[in-house]
Design a protein around this ligand. Sequence first.
Ligand SMILES: C[S@@+](CC[C@H](N)C(=O)[O-])C[C@H]1O[C@@H](n2cnc3c(N)ncnc32)[C@H](O)[C@@H]1O
Length: 363
Amino acid sequence: MVLLRIPGARLQLSSMIPSRGEPPKNRNRGTPGILLKLFQVALYIPIQVAFIPLVIVGLVDAIFKEIIIGRRLDVSFTAIKALQYRWIMHYFDNRPDPISVAFTKKLPCESHYGLWSTFGALIISQRLFGLTTTFGRVAEPGKETPVSTAGSRVLMFDAIVEKYVDDVEQIVIPGAGFDLVALHFTKAKNTAVFELDQTGTLQVKLETLKKAGIAHDWITYVPVDYSTESWTEKLLAAGFDKTKKTLFLWQSVSLFLEAGTVKKTLREMAGLCPGGSIIAQDLYSKAFISGETSRIVKRSLRMLDKMGEPWRFGVDMSDDPESAVESFLEECGLRMTEYFQFGEKLGIEPIYCVVEAETLDHV
Ligand SMILES: C[S@@+](CC[C@H](N)C(=O)[O-])C[C@H]1O[C@@H](n2cnc3c(N)ncnc32)[C@H](O)[C@@H]1O
């Protein structure tokens, strides 16, 4: 099995996402390093103190928008959180993403000001005198931990889209949420793009794109709840062509669905397009989604439960995770072609993987 290796995650970014140069590296090792770090922290503290009143106002604004307005508009809370991560990556110089920033500014259920006031002192400190924190770093491939999967995941999916965009005729993003990856990579390409998500989330996405003046007219948005409706019927009605080679991007969605729905959806993807089409997705381990691998994850789980989006689906990766994932995909009529296991080099309990699988020729 070929492992999907991303030697330096930033190098995989498309030239369409302009690079801003390397983020500051943490070279604070040894005594001079410790002194430098102390000096940076000493400079950071007064900046953070000055930010405190702004943080209080910002947090109130953010909580009101994300929770109260988000619920009122029937928007997925986890879609807001995933967008937030892209905002953070932009400002901490890990992944330039001006489109997500422009989108966040106009999104009614997120507070750009709230994010700035919360992270502003750290952003300024990184830019002015190189203070690095976990926000300014993307884990080295294979050294991801339960709390550092998001940044690596986003960069990997960028790399996957970049790899296939000229090779496929259609891209389908089920559960696209507020991910704007298609806007980065498919503009002026000859690729049909379909984004699927629940009605409330998609409606807010479309309105926000319009308000932000972000062109998106080559993308077809298909509202559907695939727990209760036939997403294949809706996709076909929206113009999806079964004869065309397709890339499915299923990022950070399966964990919110029941096991039966995940399997059914993958089988439907496998049967919907010609052999050699690709399904790229991430899969969490059962241990990860139960919260037993990290206290921080356990706390997030409680929050997600309260927001009505509990984690439901994980693969048992406790013994030979690669084979477990491969046979799970086989059960769904797919052939695994790439496998990347997060945290592999740390010797920790398997938590998460990103995989690519090929659809087979229909007999
Ligand atoms: C964590 S977000 C990920 C969004 C996006 N893929 C990304 O990476 O930013 C999960 C998304 O799955 C969508 N989703 C969850 N259950 C769904 C369902 N039954 N039908 C349609 N979409 C669903 C949510 O609305 C949300 O946008």
